[in-house]
Design a protein around this ligand. Structure first.
Ligand SMILES: CNc1ncnc2c1ncn2[C@@H]1O[C@H](COP(=O)(O)O)[C@@H](O)[C@H]1O
Ligand SMILES: [Zn+2]
Length: 310
């Protein structure tokens, strides 16, 4: 059996997938045609996704998210994308999926609660149709400010006691452009989240940022690290930083295509998966944004097999 087919045949777990970043070309086209903007001044899906061998800077990736958000700015679109994305992961033989998304308030269109209710309802429906278990992380976008983070936490807390949605909400994610804001400003929100029993997955060291990363890790609030690209000494991380991650034995969510296509890692064989595997450190291979980076979890497993651990 070909390696890629073998990767497809494996039952898989996906722990790091942003909902709006996971839109397939088919879903983007569906949304565009629903808006009848297909041949207007709107971007075609081919300009949204980053195909094999192509690259964008992280800044350019964040411009892509803005485009995607402009076509998912209503409840109908949110229902469509949630169902499509879950169904696509299920078709890739993903059996357990943790989806993360940033609740958004769009004046006259949806409140953050309506946004999340719609995502959760669509998740329940999608699970009935496919053989997949899905949980949700509510994302805090570090570019949206601390006030916005408090309101997202408040929403997450309300779900914890909800009969149907409660068991689906497993924690918070902290993401967003790593060049925006300072994560230490979010510590009070995250402390409160931890007190409420919410697990915390935090994007850390996606770009070189030793001081911020150490502050977050020393807070004892982080349950899983997203990316951690610049933690290990070979990537310029300090010995202290490496030692803290080892001591806390914090799992790393690794997204190979995302890092290569956004230019923070040179190639699959240079990926830090190799370093952490060699240390026998807990890692999980994930997609990050399967739509934007034009990938699937099976393809990420395939790339992972090319990472050298010598
Ligand atoms: C490429 N590496 C990354 N680094 C940091 N944050 C990222 C990201 N990829 C995605 N996001 C975060 O996820 C949002 C899109 O999904 P949702 O609208 O929440 O469903 C982006 O706006 C960003 O905040
Ligand atoms: Zn991410």
């Amino acid at each position: 059996m070909e390696l890629l087919d073998y990767c497809r045949s494996l039952p898989k777990v996906e722990l790091h997938a942003h909902l709006n970043g996971s839109l397939s070309d088919a879903t983007v086209l569906k949304l565009l045609s629903a808006r009848e903007q297909q041949d207007g001044d709107f971007l075609a899906s081919a300009e949204v996704t980053i195909k094999r061998g192509h690259q964008r800077t992280l800044e350019e990736c964040f411009q892509v998210f803005r485009i995607l958000h402009s076509i998912t700015d209503n409840l109908e679109a949110m229902q469509t994308i949630t169902q499509d994305v879950i169904q696509e992961f299920a078709a890739d033989n993903v059996k357990y999926l943790e989806l993360r998304t940033t609740p958004k308030n769009i004046p006259n269109k949806m409140t953050k609660k309506e946004y999340m209710d719609t995502v959760l309802e669509a998740t329940v429906e999608a699970m009935k149709k496919s053989n997949i278990r899905v949980c949700l992380l509510l994302s805090i976008d570090r570019a949206r400010g601390v006030e916005d983070a408090w309101s997202t936490l408040q929403l997450a807390k309300e779900y914890l006691t909800h009969d149907v949605f409660g068991p689906l909400v497993c924690g918070l994610d902290v993401s967003g452009n790593p060049h925006s804001g300072d994560l230490k400003d979010y510590l009070p929100v995250l402390q409160e989240a931890q007190k409420c029993g919410l697990k915390l997955a935090v994007h850390l060291a996606e770009v070189s940022s030793d001081t911020e990363t150490l502050t977050m890790l020393n807070s004892g609030l982080v349950d899983r690290i997203g990316h951690g690209t610049f933690i290990h000494p070979d990537a310029g991380g300090s010995k202290e930083l490496h030692a803290v991650v080892r001591k806390q034995n914090l799992p790393l969510e690794l997204c190979i295509s995302s890092n290569i296509k956004s230019g923070t890692v040179k190639s699959a064989c240079h990926h830090h998966l190799g370093f952490w595997k060699k240390e026998n450190h807990p890692v999980v291979i994930c997609t990050d944004d399967k739509g934007v980076f034009s990938t699937s979890l099976s393809e990420e497993f395939y790339l992972g097999a090319q990472v050298r651990t010598i």
